[in-house]
Design a protein around this ligand. Sequence first.
Ligand SMILES: [Zn+2]
Length: 123
Amino acid sequence: MKKGKIYSVFSNKCPKCNKGSFWKSNNPYYNLFFNGGENHKNCSNCDLKFEIEPGFFYGAMYVSYGLGIGLGSLILIISLAIFEMKNILVLSLIIGLSILILAPVNYFLSRLIWLNAFIDNKS
Ligand SMILES: [Zn+2]
């Protein structure tokens, strides 16, 4: 059954077969603080090598940047439109803290998104 890229990103699965795990843990915080932010080298199901070339995951920084900007923009819009906050200092603090607190989730998703951009789903 073909599940696709969205499934792969949000379920921590191999982009090719959608069965083997990419990260060692499904919890982004546990992954970063207790597994040292390391992912599996190969897929346990189809043996796909995740790091396509040396330094491949440096590219995930672009995705990470996009996710961070997206999160910041979303919080800014919600704060301005719904809560009508106008204090730029408070807004900056809220956005900065949110990005910091969600950094492990950002890291977790950005590598999966970056890998999915280069590997086709062939299941
Ligand atoms: Zn696989």
